[in-house]
Design a protein around this ligand. Structure first.
Ligand code: ADP
Ligand code: MG
Length: 250
């Protein structure tokens, strides 16, 4: 579902990704770990077409990312193509970025109606089912300000799922939450993984990575330091840098 080979990205003189190799199979959960500034968010943004890669190869479900699709010349066409591909990818950020003037239900309905052209009735039914799936059936009429951080984040997950993505990206989805709210969000993610969703999750939740991930990837300074079975990488890391990081977050 995600295939990266030697992916490079720089901002000015700063090399942020220095040749990332990564393969995530359909249905797998990949947890990306690593210190702040190691390039984790940048890599997710590249996967989601929010940044263009400078070198290497990157593809999602066999479709190249960050390359001009063959046969297209018009700028406009290319943007339309990128927009179409981005619809297949759901993303959840650290800060819940819900529309503040819309209820939970309206937030989840928004993209299906505005972007995908669903009827309001259909979108409402599906949004209700998704809010139920994230345990918020009784909060559909609440505005984001009336919800806890954990509830907002679960609405954000439901909103991303409303576009029926084939890949979900999570960028530290629980880092901004009060500790007692983290578990509910992780439970929703765990169920999503159990249902077979392909996920790339940047997280410092080592327990979640160990229990849910099929693949743990430790990044530092723009390179993959080590990767593999989370039970090995997280319990018996081979690299000193991984050991040092884990001793700080555990
Ligand atoms: P992480 O998510 O692992 O903390 P990031 O991908 O956010 O790391 O950042 C990696 C490095 O790239 C950092 O040094 C950060 O300051 C830099 N960076 C990220 N985005 C930009 C940008 N748009 N312009 C310039 N530098 C950036
Ligand atoms: Mg980050």
């Amino acid at each position: 579902m995600v295939h990266a080979e030697g992916v490079r990205k720089h901002f000015g003189k700063l090399q942020v990704l220095k040749g990332i190799d990564l393969t995530v199979e359909r249905g797998q959960v990949c947890c990306l770990l690593g210190p702040s500034g190691s390039g984790k968010s940048t890599f997710l943004r590249c996967i989601n077409h929010l940044e263009k890669i400078d070198g290497g190869r990157l593809s999602v479900d066999g479709e190249p990312v960050g390359h001009r699709p063959q046969g297209t010349r018009l700028h406009e066409l290319r943007e339309r193509e990128v927009a179409a591909r981005r619809r297949d990818i759901g993303m959840v950020f650290q800060r819940f970025n819900l529309f503040p003037h819309m209820t939970a239900l309206e937030n989840v309905m928004e993209a299906p109606v505005k972007v995908a052209g669903a009827t309001r009735d259909r979108a409402r039914d599906e949004a209700r089912a998704l809010l139920d799936q994230v345990g918020l059936a009784d909060r559909e009429g609440h505005y984001p300000a009336e919800l806890s951080g954990g509830q907002q984040q679960r609405v954000a997950i439901a909103r991303a799922l409303a576009m029926k993505p084939k890949l979900m990206l999570f960028d530290e989805p629980t880092s901004a939450l009060d500790p007692e709210l983290v578990g509910d969000v992780l439970d929703v993610m765990r169920r999503l993984a159990d249902d077979g969703m392909t996920m790339v999750v940047v997280t410092h939740e080592i327990g979640f990575a160990r229990e849910v991930a099929d693949l743990a990837v430790f990044m530092d300074e723009g390179v993959v330091v080590e990767s593999g079975d989370p039970r090995r990488v997280l319990a018996e890391p081979e690299q000193e840098r991984t050991r040092a990081f884990l001793s700080k977050v555990l």
